[in-house]
Design a protein around this ligand. Structure first.
Ligand code: PRP
Ligand code: URA
Length: 203
């Protein structure tokens, strides 16, 4: 995303001196702005409406309903911003953490809307690092019969984008920034550090 507002807010998010309060607010703001692009292809249908002046054809969202699925924990930090834009969306949760030694995703929770297979699903997580967590989350959702899935991240490493694209070539990935690389601990460089810890103050 090259929108100046997104770039400005992302730089504030990256800054280690940004407070937890500002970090949380900015993540939600960037999530909202990114969701605007992610939903650009939603179908519309016309309906006749009457303005105070005359009758006209108004365009309204039609058909596919949305489910937002944050990957716990850090994905939670993006949900409020997205729901500001799409208050009728349903929210599912997938709990995964990266094993700090192997960097492999470990599942601990999964609760999705009952009608998820009929919805367009937006999987959200601020960080796409190795891509293991996102690919696993998308895999769970596909097992529930979903065919239309998008992935939305704030910051991605090229390694993670490649991994998800190879595992799920049908899933479009929307990122606010594509960073340089991963370091030897699996952190994105320059990145923003540990998104979950910065959101929830756990370190
Ligand atoms: C972070 C992040 C992603 C994952 C990305 O979560 O929010 O879910 O790492 O890494 P990957 O692409 O290499 O899988 P983490 O595992 O730290 O859990 P947390 O959100 O509970 O802090
Ligand atoms: N998870 C994070 O929170 N940050 C990274 O840089 C990589 C994975």
């Amino acid at each position: 995303m090259d929108h100046p507002l997104i770039q400005h807010k992302l730089s504030m998010i990256r800054d280690e001196n940004t407070s937890a309060k500002d970090f949380r607010e900015l993540i939600n703001e960037v999530a909202l702005l990114t969701a605007y692009e992610v939903t650009r292809d939603l179908p519309l249908q016309s309906r006749t409406i009457k303005t105070p002046i005359c009758q006209t054809e108004g365009k309204f969202l039609s058909g596919r309903m949305i489910a937002v699925v944050p990957v716990l924990r850090a994905g939670l930090g993006m949900v409020e911003g997205i729901l500001t834009l799409m208050p009728a969306a349903k929210v599912g949760h997938i709990g995964l953490y990266r094993d700090p030694e192997t960097l492999e995703p470990v599942e601990y929770y999964c609760k999705l809307p009952v009608d998820i297979e009929q919805r367009e699903v937006i999987v959200v997580d601020p960080m796409l690092a190795t891509g293991g967590s996102a690919a696993a989350a998308i895999g769970f959702i596909k097992k529930r019969g979903c065919k239309r899935i998008k992935l939305m991240n704030l910051i991605a490493a090229p390694e993670g984008v490649k991994f998800v694209q190879e595992a799920h070539p049908d899933v479009d990935i929307f990122v606010a920034a594509l960073d340089e690389k991963l370091n030897e601990h699996g952190y994105i460089v320059p990145g923003l550090g540990d998104a979950g810890d910065r959101l929830f103050g756990t370190k």
